[in-house]
Design a protein around this ligand. Structure first.
Ligand code: FAD
Length: 561
């Protein structure tokens, strides 16, 4: 059987691995302008200042192949090449640089590819057409197509055409000699001058990458003082980075502590059998209960001295309580021990100046670092276990949730909130932000950030501080969120314009059924498959990477003959 995989990042590599494990004698064409295995995000050729956001011990995506941690421990020095030094220092709980992870993905690809006749094409695929009962895949710059029996689209994070708001900011920047970067992957912006005022809109993971590139990437260094705190020593090449967002704070740091009581039994309150199609109205109370249940499981069993009731009694009364606040107040005497996560930690706060806001922010970040590392605060980890279970259940219920509620409540609210709580940067990055703030390189703007243009500048404002900040550059520090209609991917564009793929009504991403592309007529194409972040069902698959790859590979192979 001849197969073409378009996009050879971790997903395409994982699918290749399953195809080769399940069948012999395959001929597979792998198409990607970036190196197969790491693909674009994990390629070796990028600064090793950029890190994975998952600790090494948490990266195990290929089932039958060694996990990243097993590989780092067992790899030969020659396989590690210039990363041997980094690998020798790494521990299970640390964060690998993206290029080191890329070397791992290269090895995974090589091992997976050994099971088939694999041809790598280092370019983009731009179209797929029916070719009798086969598929013709057109590659950029090629005069004849690859003819295969099945095509698998695993293009990952595809680009998006700029929104009207982005276009207007870009055009303002052009006509006033300013710098504007639309949403996308973080990168060095060479036009930014030392000391120039730059607005960063967005404080998630792309923001962290962007700050790293514009500070350490420009030669700045962190030094640890004898008291243990970090100090930033500027190189003098850095711009001044003004950071703000809707929430106004960065994501919570990744925890390094461990559960004392062990994982809570989950799901307990919010499972697949939950009834309701309105997420906020009907399902959210169950999500809250799951998170609270996880928190108190750890508090009562891991820190019983801070509670006044046995877990068995609390657990039973908590399960039946409609409003457990008074139960919690009586069983957990210190209010500081009670669950207290805010989706909007800056809501309603007002500061007299940016420096007062900066002081608050450094205290907030320090408290977050303590919460996520100190064994006295492990109840937070219990809450994150409950949250992770609730996210999984929500994804499993995606077909049941009303599409309007799905977009507004799940896509735009709950999943970003879950990322903010649990998918943040390594702790070191928040410690660096504190040091950069002390050095005056990073300056925080506050929540509900608004950006406008005035007198040849970008102007930022937040209700938390009086006045405005003017800047000569604006970087949208977040990834683009394309839909099938707005993506710049040429292959998806071609299929969409011919009605050979459609957007999912809820998410706008590629619609698939049984891993197969859905066409405008509502049927599935028997020989075109897709998976990954740009595919609607992927929300579920992100939590079952190996299982989805396996099931997709079986679907592809079932068409053989
Ligand atoms: C900056 C960043 C950091 C991340 N960090 C983490 C992390 O630390 N931990 C974690 O679990 N997840 C992380 N993620 C999530 C990420 O989704 C996964 O880690 C993983 O990379 C997804 O794999 P993928 O193969 O689906 O997509 P990608 O890794 O995006 O790979 C897709 C590949 O398809 C190629 N491609 C696209 N279009 C075409 C075309 N038309 N023709 C040919 N090739 C094409 C691209 O060049 C790319 O190499 C991160 C994501 C980003 C953007």
């Amino acid at each position: 059987m001849r197969i073409c995989i378009v996009g050879a990042g971790p997903r395409g590599t994982g699918v290749l691995q399953r195809l080769c494990a399940l069948s012999s004698g395959l001929e597979v064409h792998v198409v990607d302008p970036y190196p197969p295995g790491p693909g674009r995000i994990w390629r070796r050729a990028q600064p090793d200042l950029l890190w994975m956001n998952s600790p090494v011990g948490g990266v195990d995506m290929f089932g039958e192949l060694p996990s990243l941690w097993e590989w780092v421990r067992g790899a030969s020095l020659s396989a590690l090449g210039e990363f041997a030094g980094e690998a020798s220092r790494i521990t299970e709980r640390r964060f690998a640089s993206r290029p080191l992870a890329g070397v791992y993905y290269e090895q995974v690809f090589t091992e997976a590819a050994a099971g088939a006749r694999v041809h790598v094409h280092r370019c983009r695929a731009v179209d797929v057409r029916d070719h009798g009962s086969a598929q013709a895949v057109w590659l950029e710059g090629s005069s004849s197509p690859l003819v295969v029996d099945a095509v698998i689209l695993t293009q990952g994070h595809v680009g998006a055409r700029p929104s009207p708001a982005s276009l207007s900011l870009a055009s303002y920047a052009d006509s006033h000699g300013l710098t504007y970067r639309p949403p996308g992957h973080a990168s060095e912006v060479s036009s930014l001058q030392p000391g120039e005022s730059v607005l960063l809109r967005g404080m998630g993971l792309t923001f962290i990458d962007q700050v790293t590139l514009l500070t350490q990437g420009r030669g700045g260094k962190f030094r640890r003082t004898s008291a243990g705190s970090l100090v930033y020593e500027p190189s003098g090449e850095e711009p001044v980075l003004y950071a703000g967002s809707r929430r106004g704070v960065p994501y919570h740091a990744k925890p390094t502590s461990s559960l004392i009581a062990g994982p809570p039994p989950l799901p307990r309150f919010f499972s697949r059998s939950a009834a309701g199609s309105d997420f906020r109205g009907q399902l959210w109370p169950l999500v809250v209960k799951e998170i609270l249940g996880g928190y108190y499981h750890e508090l009562f069993l891991g820190h019983p001295e801070r509670t006044t009731m046995g877990w068995a009694e609390f657990s039973a009364r908590f399960a039946s309580a409609d409003d457990p606040a008074s139960l919690i107040a009586s069983a957990v005497p210190d209010p500081a021990d009670r669950f207290n996560f805010s989706a909007e930690p800056m809501a309603g706060l007002e500061f007299g100046s940016l420096s007062a806001l900066a002081e608050w922010m450094r205290g907030y970040l320090q408290a977050d670092l303590r919460q996520r590392s100190d064994s006295r605060h492990t109840a937070v980890l219990g809450a994150l276990e409950g949250l992770s279970s609730a996210v999984m259940t929500t994804l499993e219920l995606s077909g049941q949730i009303d599409p309007v509620s799905w977009i507004a409540d799940v896509e735009q609210w709950f999943l970003p909130f879950a990322s903010y709580l649990s998918s943040g940067p390594p702790q070191r990055r928040l410690a660096e932000l504190i040091a950069l703030s002390e050095a005056g390189i990073v300056r925080f703007l506050g929540p509900q950030l608004s950006v406008s243009t005035r007198d040849g500048c970008f102007v930022a404002a937040s209700p938390a501080v009086p006045g405005t900040v003017g800047a000569t550059a604006l970087i949208e520090a977040r990834l683009a969120e394309p839909t099938v209609e707005t993506t710049t991917d040429p292959l998806v564009n071609a299929l969409f314009h011919r009605g050979e793929c459609i957007a999912d009504a809820g998410t706008g991403r590629l619609a698939v059924r049984d891993h197969r592309l859905v066409t405008k007529s509502g049927e599935t194409h028997p020989r075109r498959f897709a998976a990954g972040p740009f595919v609607t069902a992927v929300r579920t698959s992100e939590f079952g990477f190996y299982a989805v790859n396996d099931s997709l590979a079986r679907a592809v192979l079932s068409d053989d003959g």
